[in-house]
Ligand binder design. Structure first.
Ligand SMILES: [Zn+2]
Ligand SMILES: [Zn+2]
Length: 256
């Protein structure tokens, strides 16, 4: 079964999705899903982007089955490594995405992260932070949205081109390979050809340096977005010789 392994329901600060709507939509599409609520410890606005895993499991356990799995999207930062590890070890998550949402304590959604700085500076800082966090968070299951910064960067051309940042991207990809961590293909921007093309190059390079598996996730914050562009992601995986996988009880499973 194909799995959409990245989506946010009401335990995420920025989503109001009802799990029942998510389950219904996945059934219509005949795909499995993994819920991955946001957990960004020490988020600058107190109480935002964190949730109580105990409440999450208590409320959602009844929906849990082989097609509906319960995961987490963990905000990686170098000053929260042990706290992050503690959360993962304390609760029975199926799947853990490790993501970079903040760089040096600033949410890269914010305009002031880019103010007065070149694309080269901010993207290199973003990728350096990703590399450091990937090294320290070797307990994650998959590296989330490598292209996240392109959603919010304040430059005319926001795309992350492999050739412009090859040294930095290579380090990230090689570190993922060494730690046996798949890369996520986040489907959110795949409807844009320039995004799909530049990502294809990055995932091809992932294969070249030894990567063999990818996870696929829509990052849906409402039920209508579940499964969006999954076929494009599957095509990218196929063209790069990468096998689509998902995680159940923290174990890698191949999509069939
Ligand atoms: Zn994210
Ligand atoms: Zn997300």
């Amino acid at each position: 079964m194909i799995f959409d392994s990245h989506l946010h329901t009401k335990f995420s600060t920025d989503s109001k999705m009802d799990i029942e709507d998510a389950v219904k939509k996945a059934k219509e599409l005949n795909i499995g899903l993994i819920i991955t609520e946001h957990m960004d410890l020490k988020y600058p606005i107190k109480g935002n982007f964190i949730f109580n895993p105990e409440d999450y499991f208590n409320e959602y356990n009844k929906y849990r089955n082989s097609n509906t799995l319960l995961g987490i999207e963990l905000g990686m930062r170098s000053d929260c490594v042990e706290e992050n590890r503690q959360i993962i070890e304390s609760f029975p998550f199926d799947y853990v995405i490790g993501s970079i949402h903040l760089v040096d304590t600033i949410d890269i959604f914010r305009e002031d992260f880019y103010a007065g700085r070149t694309k080269k500076e901010t993207y290199e800082q973003y990728l350096t932070c990703m590399l450091e966090c990937l090294k320290s968070h070797n307990f994650i299951d998959s590296l989330g949205h490598i292209d996240y910064i392109t959603r919010y960067a304040r430059y005319e051309d926001k795309e992350i081109y492999y050739d412009d940042f090859s040294e930095y991207i290579d380090e990230v990809l090689k570190t993922a390979v060494v730690s046996n961590i798949p890369l996520e293909i986040n489907t959110r921007r795949l409807r844009y050809k320039v995004a799909a093309d530049s990502l294809l190059k990055i995932y091809r390079r992932f294969y070249e340096v030894g990567g063999r598996q990818v996870t696929i996730g829509s990052d849906a914050h409402n039920a209508a977005a579940i499964g969006n562009n999954i076929n494009i992601a599957l095509e990218i995986a196929d063209r790069c010789n990468l096998k689509p996988v998902y995680f159940k009880e923290r174990k890698m499973e191949y999509m069939k």
